[in-house]
Ligand binder design. Structure first.
Ligand code: KG4
Ligand code: ZN
Length: 336
């Protein structure tokens, strides 16, 4: 049974997974750099790539140990080729290519967004099914019509900030620590989601595009009007109202996309899909609309290598391997 080792290093997580073509995950190692970047309030590309370099070797060894396999038992080596930070992508790519070369096995380049797109199907029986997917991560927010493996149609994307980026920027302006998304969610827990009427940008734009930069600016203007001594007490209300506005647009447009594409299955993936408010609001809306919802498992929402291994195994089954000369592409697209 074909078995693959896959590396993910597109941003600030170093991850190595080993999977086989039956869908079994034999190893899933991840090393996060959150603490490294926290003092800077965001990812510093040079620090990220240097850390990938030192982390990759021990992580590959840990993945081999977890799987009980040796390098010679693997059938291919894969890595994320984009989108992401060029210097970070190069680390994982070079490692996977070196392993492929030394072991005389094929190399497979994987699109990070295709990893997120297919992650809701990871480890589930039935394989990849026609569906409408909402991908909400730190760098991207898009709706995709998935008609089969490799057959993707972009239905809509953000015109400015990604949803995760908006969470991160709002967190920064409110003085919450990096990474912003989970901290905004935590702060929102005690807040009133109706305290501030923030804009539902592009909700009625007539298409499936998103915009989150106006929402972020609205939070900033509201914050500036709150006297300094009241700001801390208002943080839960600001976070809850911001989260509510972002979630409402994401959910309503996803349901509309499913109707337009005439699909009954909706999937959701990417870091922001960890958000419980988004998960529960999406679940209620899908149920009301008679749609089935499949959300990526918690550990597969944020960046991981299991999703890269899954795509690589699908590509290997179709003999879609890549030359060792293949370059990384920080702006790699999923679908037009
Ligand atoms: O998919 P991901 O790990 O990396 C990218 O490919 O971008 O997504 C990271 C993003 C960050 O913007 C982070 O703040 C956001 O996902 N995120 C969340 C939550 N957990 C992570 N946003 C809102 N609520 C969360 N619980
Ligand atoms: Zn990602």
């Amino acid at each position: 049974m074909p078995t693959i080792l896959a590396i993910e290093s597109s941003c600030d997580e170093t991850a190595v997974a080993i999977g086989d073509s039956s869908g079994r995950l034999l190893a899933n190692q991840i090393s996060t750099q959150i603490e490294l970047h926290q003092p800077f309030g965001g990812v510093v590309p040079e620090l990220a790539s240097r850390n990938h370099l030192t982390t990759l070797r021990p992580l590959i060894l840990a993945a081999l140990e977890e799987s009980g396999l040796t390098l010679s038992q693997l059938d291919a080596f894969a890595a994320t080729a984009g989108p992401g930070l060029a210097s970070s992508l190069l680390m994982g790519n070079t490692a996977a290519k070196a392993l492929a070369l030394a072991n005389r096995k094929p190399f497979i380049a994987v699109n990070h967004m295709e990893g997120h797109l297919l992650s809701p199907f990871l480890g589930r029986p039935g394989g990849i099914l026609p569906s409408v997917a909402l991908i909400v991560s730190g760098g991207h927010t898009m709706l995709v019509h998935l008609r089969g493996f490799g057959d993707y149609r972009l239905l809509g994307r953000t015109r400015d900030d990604a949803a995760g980026e908006a969470f991160d920027k709002v967190a920064k302006m409110l003085g919450l620590p990096y990474p912003g998304g989970p901290n905004v969610e935590k702060m929102a827990e005690g807040g009133d989601p109706a305290a501030y009427a923030f804009p539902r940008s592009m909700l009625n734009s007539g298409d499936l595009a998103f915009s989150f930069s106006g929402l972020k600016t609205a939070v900033l203007y509201t914050l500036q009007k709150i006297p300094d001594h009241q700001r801390e007490a208002e943080l839960p209300n600001l976070c809850a109202s911001f989260q509510q506005a972002a979630v409402e647009v994401l959910v309503k447009k996803t349901v509309r996309a499913a109707r337009q594409a005439d699909e009954r299955l909706v999937t959701m993936s990417g870091g922001v899909s960890c958000n419980q408010c988004l998960r529960s609001t999406m679940a209620t809306a899908c149920e009301r609309a008679g749609l089935q919802l499949l959300v990526a498992e918690g550990q597969h929402c944020t960046d991981n290598a299991a999703m890269i291994a899954q795509v690589a195994l699908e590509k290997l089954a179709r003999n879609q391997t890549d030359p060792l000369s293949a370059d990384v592409d920080p702006n790699l697209r999923l679908a037009e």
